[in-house]
Ligand binder design. Structure first.
Ligand code: CIR
Length: 269
């Protein structure tokens, strides 16, 4: 997930794919999933890749009433012992949260849990951590009141927060950008202005990827230094490999069909 540093990624929560996944929301990259079994295979491959690369995986049972429930990244923000439970931007997804919150509390007793209050709205997929700097997407799912509540938490923890306006043709910040390591940020040309992230801390680098590979910019760095990447994005792979990173590819077609990406499928504790 986007809110922990690489060395903190030891335990991930995921949620199994429901039969109803074909009805998941799809307004941006995808036209809606057409093959639930293939989505399940992807989910299985994803969990196996996490386990094989040093991450313990806990699976929350699915809920047929919530076609989007596999996208657990959106349901909680976990930063250094603090958990913020956002009010999701899509009303149809708000009922997904309680079992995710219960699983977090079960695993992380002693963590401080706060709930957002209306009119704040935010999806966890709008949050991106770059070492000690955070970016939040102001999007169709995340509003200014949600950003203000997030800022309160980050001020308390002593971290800087910068806002990135998400264009109408994209869902979340993490739909367009990711931090495969604590010092590299991947983002697509065309969707985002090259000045939008501001000046990066010393040692930080943004790799700008051609617009046609925007979906491939969502990658997932693993604690052993490998990086999960969606199949079919050769520039992303070449850029990461040229920096000495080893890439593990996953066929994400059916997840992409529901506007989901690699990071959306897990929540790191
Ligand atoms: C939605 O529209 O909410 C889901 N179909 C996709 C959520 C993807 N989550 C993410 O980018 N963090």
């Amino acid at each position: 997930m986007a809110t922990v540093r690489l060395d903190q990624k030891r335990h991930a929560l995921v949620r199994a794919v429901p039969d109803s996944f074909g009805s998941a929301l799809a307004n941006f990259f995808g036209a809606g999933p057409s093959d639930v079994e293939s989505a399940r295979q992807t989910h299985k491959d994803y969990c196996a890749a996490l386990e094989e690369n040093g991450v313990k995986v806990t699976t929350i049972p699915t809920d047929e009433d919530y076609p989007d429930c596999i996208f657990v990244e959106d349901q909680a923000v976990i930063i250094d012992g603090h958990v913020l439970l956002p009010i999701l931007g899509a009303p149809s997804r708000r009922g997904e949260q309680q079992p995710v919150a219960d699983a977090i509390i079960d695993k992380l007793s002693g963590y401080k849990v706060c709930k957002m209050t209306p009119p704040a709205q935010m999806d966890g997929g709008d949050l991106l951590r770059f070492g000690d700097l955070f970016f939040v997407g102001r999007s169709s799912r995340t509003n200014d009141a949600g950003i203000a509540e997030l800022r309160d938490l980050l001020d308390h923890l002593g971290y800087e927060l910068r806002i990135v306006d998400i264009p109408d043709n994209a869902l979340h910040l993490t739909s367009l950008a990711s931090t495969p390591t604590d010092t590299i940020l991947l983002a697509p040309k065309g969707y985002l202005e090259q000045s939008i992230f501001g000046e990066l801390p010393d040692g930080g680098e943004i790799i700008w990827i051609p617009e046609a590979e925007a979906y491939g910019c969502n990658t997932l760095g693993l604690p052993n230094g490998k990086v999960l990447v969606a199949d079919g994005y050769p520039t992303v792979v070449a850029e990461l490999e040229s920096r000495g990173l080893e890439v593990v590819s996953i066929d994400m077609a059916q997840i992409r069909a529901a506007d989901g990406s690699l990071t959306c499928l897990s929540l790191f504790l």
